[in-house]
Design a protein around this ligand. Structure first.
Ligand SMILES: NC(=O)c1ccc[n+]([C@@H]2O[C@H](COP(=O)([O-])OP(=O)(O)OC[C@H]3O[C@@H](n4cnc5c(N)ncnc54)[C@H](O)[C@@H]3O)[C@@H](O)[C@H]2O)c1
Length: 337
């Protein structure tokens, strides 16, 4: 990806796992970034994480700039006052309302009234958080996914008081960073993607807990069905591509049989109660030796770059691009004859 350095200055508060990854995404798309560290440990650990991400981003061709060139556009500080020139500031601190509230007060002491303020909350409704900011009209959710600098995913979440012109401005900015943003026009618990994913998780537990299939088989089905086409197109386009009539008939029969369980499944409850946390401690739905856990982590990182390259080859406006290319080549052929 070739990006030229732009002069947009963007602030981010919180340099943990996601913060460092988002800083990287913003730098490789040419922005100037002010990263505020609310904890001293962020200043100790953040820079090496960001440098590492920039190195791998360059290695995989996501930026033409060296880590040094990208880092030249980054200011890391504990001083919130350095956010004063930012037109956009993103909060990316722990999922705790009290902490987020304190951060908003510190940020709003310094930024201009027309600057946009966003939160990377995974699950706290924007409608709840907006009560802790001075100007809810310029406040939105900006929900990133990990790794923020490889995936094109980004959800922009409005609250009932959000100014739609600012939401559109944010949408345009995110598109300029190479993202394919989703505008969540009305705040809803779980936003869009988590609602869809958790509906799938619930059915997966239902199948395993009731003995229809093993976790391995459910995982294999996901990989080779949805996993085979979902980076190419979404659910609605896929139904168009494969014929709506059959879906209509199947929905009639199948929907009444799908799980609508409201409790957390026993299978995950048991693992979590025993301290299981997946590859981080080797105990999850599968068991992992430290060596296996490391290999899974490494393979996932490699895959994230590969799938990101593939999604760039098949962008959301693929067909418009193909058709306009065809029109140009046809008009050249007509001129020749
Ligand atoms: N990790 C993910 O995959 C993911 C994905 C989407 C959204 N999010 C959301 O992003 C936000 C940050 O998550 P993360 O994974 O980067 O967490 P993290 O634990 O890696 O980092 C949290 C950061 O919060 C700040 N912080 C911690 N305690 C604080 C305090 N007392 N006062 C002020 N700041 C404090 C620090 O900057 C710290 O680095 C959360 O709201 C999370 O729900 C995370």
């Amino acid at each position: 990806m070739t990006v030229k350095a732009e002069s947009e200055e963007i602030g981010i508060v919180g340099l943990g796992l996601m913060g460092a990854s988002i800083v990287t995404a913003l730098l490789i798309s040419g922005n100037r970034v002010v990263g505020v560290a609310p904890l001293a440990s962020d200043l100790e650990n953040g820079p090496s994480k960001i440098r590492h991400y920039l190195e791998i981003a360059q290695h995989h061709g996501l930026t033409d700039f060296s880590p040094e060139e990208n880092l030249a556009r980054l200011t890391l500080t504990e001083d919130y006052a350095l956010l004063r020139g930012c037109q956009l500031v993103m909060e990316c601190v722990v999922e705790n309302i009290e902490v987020k509230k304190q951060v908003y007060a510190k940020v709003e002491d310094h930024i201009s009234t027309d600057a946009i303020l966003t939160t990377n909350t995974s699950a706290i409704p924007n409608t709840v958080l907006k009560d802790f900011v001075k100007y809810p009209r310029r406040f939105m959710g900006m929900h990133w996914a990990e790794p923020a600098f490889t995936t094109k995913f980004l959800e922009i979440v409005c609250n009932p008081e959000t100014d739609t012109t600012l939401a559109e401005k944010l949408y345009a900015m995110a598109t300029g960073w190479g993202k394919e943003p989703i505008l969540v026009r009305k705040d809803i618990r779980g936003f869009i993607t988590n609602r869809i994913m958790y509906a799938m998780y619930r059915e997966a537990f239902n199948l395993v807990e009731n003995g229809y299939a093993t976790t391995e088989d459910v995982d294999r089905a996901c990989r080779n069905d949805g996993g085979h086409w979902m980076t190419f197109c979404g659910l609605f386009r896929y139904m168009d591509l494969t014929g709506l009539q059959a879906y209509y008939a199947v929905m009639n029969d199948l929907f009444p049989t799908l799980s609508n369980q409201t409790e957390v499944p026993q299978l995950i409850e048991n693992i979590v109660q025993q301290g299981g946390n997946g590859i981080t401690n080797g105990k999850g739905f599968y068991d992992y030796t430290p060596e296996e856990a490391k290999e899974w982590e490494k393979a996932y990182e490699e895959f994230a770059f590969d799938i990101s390259k593939l999604s760039t080859k098949y962008p959301i406006d693929l067909i418009e691009k193909r058709l306009s290319k065809k029109e140009i080549s046809e008009s050249l052929t007509v001129k020749k004859t």
